[in-house]
Design a protein around this ligand. Structure first.
Ligand code: UDP
Ligand code: MG
Length: 148
C-alpha cells in the first residue's frame, strides 16, 4: 500500500515503478480513502501502543493506493524494497530509505507474512477484482522452478 503521504507527495508512479522493475506482477490496484474502522482493523495488532491513534488518523487522512503484488518470494521481496520501518533508519536504495525520514510517515505498508496477506488482502480486495495474467518476459525474470 502507498500510504497517504506517498500519494500527497506524488510518489505513486515512482513506487509502483520500483515494484514493476523488480519483476513483480500487479494483480490488483486501486485508490481508496480508508475508513476509520478499516484502519483500526488493518493495524489491530498495534492497538494500545502509543503511536496507534496517530497511525489510524494518518491512514484515514487522505487517499491511499492499495495493491496486490505477486512474484517469487513476493512478501520478502516487497518488504526489502520498502526498507526498515523508520525512514531515518532505512537503507538508501529502499523506498523508505530514499523518500522518507519519519517514523510514522513512511510511505508504504506491506504484509509481512502469508498469514498477514490472508488477513489483509480481503480487507481491500474481492476475488473478482484480482486479475490473472503473465508478463511475456517472465522467462527472463525468474527461472522455471520459481514460476507460479
Ligand atoms: N509506527 C509509528 N511509530 C512507531 C512504530 C510504528 O508511527 O514507533 C507506524 C509506522 O507508520 C509503521 C506502522 O506504524 O509503518 C506499523 O508499524 P510496524 O512496526 O508494523 O512497521 P511496518 O510493518 O510498517 O514496517
Ligand atoms: Mg507491520
Amino acid at each position: 500500500m502507498i500510504k497517504p503521504d506517498g500519494v500527497q507527495r506524488r510518489l505513486v508512479g515512482k513506487i509502483v515503478q520500483r515494484l514493476e522493475e523488480k519483476g513483480l506482477r500487479i494483480a490488483g490496484l486501486k485508490l481508496i480513502r480508508m475508513e476509520h474502522k478499516t484502519a483500526e482493523n488493518l493495524y489491530s495488532v498495534h492497538k494500545g501502543k502509543p503511536f496507534y491513534d496517530g497511525l489510524v488518523k494518518f491512514m484515514t487522512s487522505g487517499p491511499a493506493v492499495v495493491m496486490v503484488v505477486e512474484g517469487f518470494n513476493a512478501i520478502e521481496v516487497v518488504r526489502k524494497l520498502m526498507g526498515a520501518t523508520f525512514g531515518f533508519n532505512a537503507e538508501p536504495g529502499t523506498i523508505r530509505g530514499d523518500y522518507g525520514c519519519s517514523k510514522g510517515f513512511n510511505l508504504v505498508h506491506g504484509s509481512d507474512s502469508v498469514d498477514s496477506v490472508k488477513r489483509e488482502l480481503p480487507i481491500f480486495f474481492t476475488e473478482k477484482e484480482l486479475v490473472a495474467y503473465e508478463h511475456p518476459d517472465l522467462a527472463w525474470v525468474v527461472e522455471e522452478p520459481e514460476r507460479k
